[in-house]
Design a protein around this ligand. Structure first.
Ligand code: SF4
Length: 172
């Protein structure tokens, strides 16, 4: 087992101290630098920074940032859930580390698609049916991996098949 112990601190985001959404900071008893490329190999759209190393990815509607001795978890709505999420992520890292002989480590980093490239492919009606006020807002959320192309109902129409295919290629 790589990480035997950890401590969880729950705080408001530094940019918004009044926010009802919290960030969990998980201080680790062990350095997970060597495990991070193995975790990167198992997650989708991991943004890997080799120099630190660090890895940012989304899972279950939350954003995780792994650093050598710390995990940050965003989008915590209730403080108690931070403990469960921290326990789950530490367990995942330990399982991946224990199984590393069967995993090819990845040093690749997912590149976010550019918002304007996505916007050009959206219908451009600003109809709000995807739940955000404009196609630009939707493109921004797409770029950040916070939503999926299926949330725009117009893209399912036959006349938009090429747009949809291009968007899927860009979003990976
Ligand atoms: S549903 Fe599609 S067309 Fe309408 S605002 Fe959202 S992205 Fe634009």
């Amino acid at each position: 087992m790589l990480v035997e112990d950890y401590e969880v601190e729950v705080a408001s985001p530094e940019c918004d101290l009044e926010s009802p959404i919290y960030v969990a900071k998980v201080a680790l008893s062990a350095d997970i630098s060597e495990a991070i490329p193995y975790v990167n190999a198992t997650v989708e759209k991991g943004e890997f920074v080799p120099g630190l190393p660090a890895l940012v990815f989304r899972e279950g509607g939350r954003k995780y940032a792994l650093r050598p001795r710390e995990i940050l978890i965003s989008n915590i709505t209730e403080r108690p859930e931070a403990l469960a999420l921290a326990r789950a992520m530490v367990g995942k890292i330990n399982r991946i580390w224990d199984d590393r002989e069967n995993i090819e480590p990845s040093y690749d980093s997912w590149e976010k698609p550019r918002v304007l490239d996505l916007l050009k492919l959206l219908p451009g009606t600003n109809c709000r049916e995807c739940g955000v006020p404009t196609c630009m807002a939707f493109a921004t959320r797409l770029s950040e991996g916070k939503t999926g192309v299926e949330e725009c109902p117009h893209l399912a129409r036959p006349e938009n098949a090429r747009r949809l295919m291009s968007l899927k290629e860009l979003c990976g």
